[in-house]
Design a protein. Structure first.
Length: 380
């Protein structure tokens, strides 16, 4: 059952549309100063968030930054980086839709071809990461309290894995490319990418996603990482926007979205946020999850894919997100890069305090989605 704000908890600041846009400017300005690796885990939501900020505020400042980043990347596409499979394909296509620069569409087609070149598991799932290491210590900047040596399990080599993050990176991009070009090849590629990813990582009994699947062991890691479930939620939702409505995969994804949303609502903390390991209350509350959920639930409610009974969860997550927003526009309490592990304890020790695309981006996306929902529901 939905729970109200915990007794004694600070009431979030009063917000109207203008105040939301003011905070978006701060958050987007901060994100533009991030040292983008072009590309890396989480860049997708960061670039999408900047485009959301441009649309919300009515400025080309942030969309021009995204456009310029893609134009600089195009000449380098011939020499792929290790993590180019994480490239923000949806943002690339959104940038093309605004600029109509044919080089961006050409880059999208090239990127789709590149994604089609990865080997697949016996069940047909593409494998983008062949040499995974478990239990790595966190990467934190100098000056952070956890910088330097820390006590941890010694890193362990594992091998090929399929990660839940990828549900957000590839399927939505390929489905959107199909929608924009009408090329059935991209629809088939989208379905044969996200479908097997979901099959490997979705847990029917727990109604949540595991962080990753290990090919050598033939099993999942057994940890329901909070942000990972958000990658899966948004990935499914953004793919659903472009799949034929009556397709078998579309029906399956809508069912899973509904079941996952209900489970997330059950696990929501009294504060309105979520634990970094969703079903482990010994783990800390991690801020990016609430922002992701505001974005995903708001979109799903507007599309009719989840019940309006989830509006309460949206409101409480919205309040939780704003309670973590600093005066400089930083979404506080966001965990640093979360390396894979097979124990909940590993996730409990990941430090927070990062200014990263997977914190700032979800906040900006949440603002855009929440404002769109509020126009229908009178929430703001």
């Amino acid at each position: 059952m939905p729970r109200g704000r915990a007794k004694g908890e600070m009431t979030p600041r009063v917000r109207n549309r203008d105040s939301v846009l003011d905070e978006c400017r701060k958050a987007a300005d901060l994100l533009m100063g991030y040292q983008w690796k072009v590309w890396f885990w989480g860049d997708s939501i960061g670039m999408e968030g900047l485009l959301d900020a441009s649309e919300l505020i009515g400025t080309e400042k942030y969309s021009s930054f995204v456009y310029g980043t893609f134009k600089a990347w195009i000449p380098r596409m011939k020499s792929r980086s290790r993590f180019d499979h994480t490239a923000p394909g949806v943002a690339l296509l959104r940038s093309y839709a605004v600029t109509r620069d044919p080089e961006l569409l050409g880059a999208a087609r090239t990127h789709a071809e590149y994604l089609g070149g990865f080997r697949r598991t016996k069940t047909g799932c593409p494998v983008h990461y062949e040499d995974v290491t478990f239990d790595l210590p966190p990467d934190v900047p100098p000056g952070h309290p956890m910088f330097g040596p820390r006590t941890t399990t010694s890193p362990r080599q594992s091998g090929p894995c399929v990660f839940v993050d990828s549900v957000h990176f590839q399927g939505p991009f390929l489905a959107m490319l199909y929608s924009m070009t009408g090329d059935e090849e991209y629809l088939a590629q989208a379905e044969s990418t996200i479908g097997p990813q979901v099959d490997l990582l979705w847990d029917e009994d727990n109604r949540l996603f595991h962080h990753f699947w290990m090919e050598k062991a033939g099993r999942r890691n057994g940890v329901f990482w909070g942000r990972g479930n958000c990658w899966a939620l948004l990935g499914m939702l953004h793919t659903l926007e472009y799949l034929p409505e009556r397709s078998t995969l579309s029906r399956r994804l809508r069912r899973i979205v509904g079941e996952q949303a209900s489970r997330l609502a059950e696990l929501q903390d009294d504060s309105g946020g979520w634990h970094t390991v969703l079903d482990d209350r010994a783990s800390y509350l991690e801020s990016s999850i609430a922002a992701f959920v505001v974005d995903g639930f708001s979109l799903a409610i507007r599309r009719g894919w989840i019940s309006r009974s989830h509006l309460d969860a949206v409101e409480r997550a919205w309040d939780a997100t704003w309670s973590r927003l600093g005066p400089d526009g930083l979404l506080r309490g966001v965990s640093f890069e979360t390396h894979p592990g097979t124990r909940a304890e590993h996730y409990r020790t990941m430090p927070t305090g990062a200014m990263v695309p997977w914190g700032q981006g979800p906040f900006l996306a949440a603002c855009r989605s929440y404002l769109a929902l509020s126009e229908r529901s009178g929430l703001l």
